[in-house]
Design a protein around this ligand. Structure first.
Ligand code: 5GP
Length: 198
């Protein structure tokens, strides 16, 4: 049933994704620059089907590439979507929850922040992000959820690169995670998914 969103996404990655170097996938034509709203909507529905019984009342992501799938997920749940903002540095501010995130693709550190107005101990949160690589972004968001006293219900990822560290860290922490496309390897510039035969 829900498998169609996964299939649609995997087909799209095969058709339009480009492998850069040994471990970066470029998907600018439907996710990271131009956005395909129909695909985002199917994915949002799929995340909803997976997490709908968890009492989730807020979606949390980080700007900018997480926003499109997060908003469509929020639409399916009928709940607000908060995106953490990125800054080069932060001046201490009592109104913000902050944490530091090292960006794997950009090789730089960013601070991310969320206003205390938009996250609290009343919230049961679903994190949505575009990619899972080493788990730094998810970890930073989790730090913010902890600081707010909110509950993390789970993590929804559009594209997981299972050969990097993030997945293992999340499994070890016992956090429920659902990744739509799980990439096992890049083989000579070709994407190999966990659920396909080589
Ligand atoms: P992590 O924090 O898990 O190491 O990396 C996640 C973040 O890095 C994502 O939010 C995404 O912006 C970026 N990222 C990591 N790997 C890739 C990749 O292969 N392609 C693209 N386009 N972004 C990536």
């Amino acid at each position: 049933m829900g498998d169609s969103a996964v299939k649609e996404l995997e087909d799209r990655i095969k058709k339009d994704g480009r492998v850069l170097g040994k471990d970066v996938l470029k998907v600018d034509s439907f996710l990271n620059h131009q956005v395909d709203p129909m695909l985002m909507q199917s994915m949002g529905k799929e995340f909803y089907e997976h997490f709908k019984d968890q009492g989730i009342n807020k979606i949390l992501t980080v700007e900018s590439s997480g926003i499109a799938p997060a908003v469509m997920t929020g639409l399916s749940f009928g709940v607000p979507v908060v995106f953490a903002r990125k800054h080069k540095s932060v001046t201490l501010n009592d109104d913000l929850y902050t944490s530091e995130v090292y960006s794997y693709t950009k090789k730089t550190s960013n601070h991310i922040s969320v206003s205390k107005k938009y996250l609290s101990s009343d919230d049961k949160v679903l994190i949505i992000d575009d990619f899972l690589a080493n788990g730094q972004a998810v970890n930073g968001l989790n730090t913010i959820i902890d600081a707010a006293g909110a509950d993390l219900a789970g993590i929804g990822i559009v594209i997981e690169k299972s050969f990097q560290k993030g997945r293992q860290l999340i499994d070890k922490a016992g956090i429920p995670i659902y990744s739509l496309a799980r990439i096992k390897a890049f083989d000579n510039g070709q994407v190999v998914f966990e659920d396909e035969n080589e």
